[in-house]
Design a binder for this molecule. Sequence first.
Ligand code: OAD
Length: 250
Amino acid sequence: MPLEFPPQLIEILRSAKSIAILTGAGISAESGVPTFREAQTGLWAQYDPTELATPEAFRRNPKLVWEWYEWRRALVAKASPNPGHVALANLESQLTARGSRFTLITQNVDGLHQRAGSQNIVELHGNVWRTKCFDEDVVVDSWPDTNEAPPHCPHCNGLLRPDVVWFGEPLPRPALDAAVDAAQSCDAFFSIGASSLVHPAASLPYLAIERGALTVEINPDETPLTRAMTHSLRGKAGEILPALLKALSL
Ligand code: OAD
């Protein structure tokens, strides 16, 4: 049975000049990427992710943290973008073709939005496929393959680490500024697959609400955000987003 959408939602999306989308781990769930807290299986089941994804954990045991991220990269490498990722990439190309602004803000570090073809992506928590120097805090694209874990920075010989935000670390300022700007200037804001528990990302939808934008949540479960949103579509992103794109038939 085709999904029905509120007519107001379709109308506003058809005429929106600027759309901002926030995605969380839920949009990658249908790609088989376990959400941040589900990921701990096998060897890693004995570890709490919040005790691995911190600068202190890296200083204490850089080899363990580096190998955990190697394991997570291998998990993600086996995953593919799902219909939810693809629908967002198609929505962006159709809306930007007609001159609308489209910003995809993601808390995910798996790079699946890029692989689905999305263009204007703001990575709030970094990207597990990028590596940076722990000491210099600059991205490093290549380094001698010495089989060391972690490898050493070719510039300063410091240790290399994943370019992701760890607990206790600030979000990258340029990404946060771009996300706030998009939320404060959009006609429509979507929160998709986010538990809305982790700030500052969870505060972005409220900036859109203050602006009077139409706000939509897509999630199988209720979240702390649900009551504040114009519409809360209860279901999976991989099912709702393709149906929404079809209903818009831009
Ligand atoms: P969570 O794992 O906290 O929440 C995932 C959300 O996705 C939940 O609300 C689920 O109900 C929902 N969900 C599950 N399957 C879905 C589906 N098929 N379609 C749509 N939604 C679905 O993930 P995040 O909210 O992204 O931070 O967590 C935010 C941050 O917490 C992560 O980025 C990470 C973690 O600490 C850092 O790594 C810094």
